[in-house]
Design a protein around this ligand. Structure first.
Ligand SMILES: CC(C)(COP(=O)(O)OP(=O)(O)OC[C@H]1O[C@@H](n2cnc3c(N)ncnc32)[C@H](O)[C@@H]1OP(=O)(O)O)[C@@H](O)C(=O)NCCC(=O)NCCS
Length: 218
């Protein structure tokens, strides 16, 4: 699958390459404290940081048609990553999005712009039907990203993704292509994204404050 380069203003999404390993590793190490709380981890135990191996695995997924691994650039500099993963076609035709940016570019709308570019590409170039983003209840900045873009709240997923050493609850947000007349980017830029769509129900917010009772920890 071709991984495109997509640009809007100062934000560019471009394919990640093996030669990005060193600068990416530098950015990950420099932003350790900023990222660690939100980092996906292995349920089988701690693994070292191997950026080349993780890029190889992302590129393998892309070759198999299951992912689009992007590097995010802001004003021409490496600013983070956005991965479209779990791409499936046919009756499901959906995918998930994950992202991070470096602390020093935070708050400049880099991520909403990147998510809008990637989502529009998936809808209008790949023909996907549904895009999903899952976020930990504690991640207020990330919840703001889906709120800005008008992603629709779908529900609480208990102990859903292994993050920072444990299974963590997530709120799930999605868009289907029929919800959009003009694409996510244009809808947001024209001020027409509903700021209410991403509102989490009070029941789910309250439930997420209490851990799911587990009979066996692993
Ligand atoms: C979540 C994240 C990707 C948002 O990216 P971003 O490009 O900063 O997104 P935005 O510019 O839209 O900012 C979103 C909100 O973050 C908050 N924010 C802004 N600057 C911030 C800073 N320096 N520190 C913490 N939060 C900040 C603001 O509330 C902002 O909302 P606002 O624009 O209405 O003020 C980024 O904070 C990040 O990489 N965090 C660590 C990794 C992570 O959480 N990944 C997502 C897992 S689901």
């Amino acid at each position: 699958m071709v991984i495109p380069t997509l640009t809007e203003g100062a934000v560019t999404l471009r394919p990640v390459r093996l030669r990005d390993a060193r600068p990416l590793e530098r950015a990950l190490l420099d932003n350790r404290a900023w990222l660690q709380k939100w980092e996906a981890t292995s349920p089988y135990g701690p693994t070292g940081l191997d950026t080349r191996a993780s890029i190889r695995s992302l590129l393998g997924n892309a070759r198999a048609g299951r992912g689009l691994p992007f590097l995010i650039e802001y004003e021409g500099e490496l600013a983070g990553q956005l991965n479209v993963s779990s791409i499936v076609y046919g009756s499901l035709s959906s995918a998930s999005i994950g992202y991070w940016v470096t602390e020093h570019v935070a708050g400049h709308n880099v991520t909403p712009t990147a998510v809008a570019l990637a989502t529009d590409h998936c809808f209008y170039q790949l023909g996907l039907h549904r895009m999903e983003i899952c976020i930990r209840p504690e991640n207020t900045p990330s919840l703001r990203v889906v709120e800005k873009l008008g992603f629709r709240y779908e529900g609480l997923r208990r102990r859903f993704i292994h993050i920072n050493g444990a299974w963590r609850d997530h709120f799930s947000f999605a868009l289907v292509s029929e919800e959009l007349a003009q694409g996510v980017l244009r809808r947001w830029q024209s001020g027409q994204a509903s700021q209410d769509a991403a509102r989490v129900t009070s029941e789910d917010r309250a439930a997420s404050a209490f851990p799911l009772p587990v009979v066996r920890e692993h």
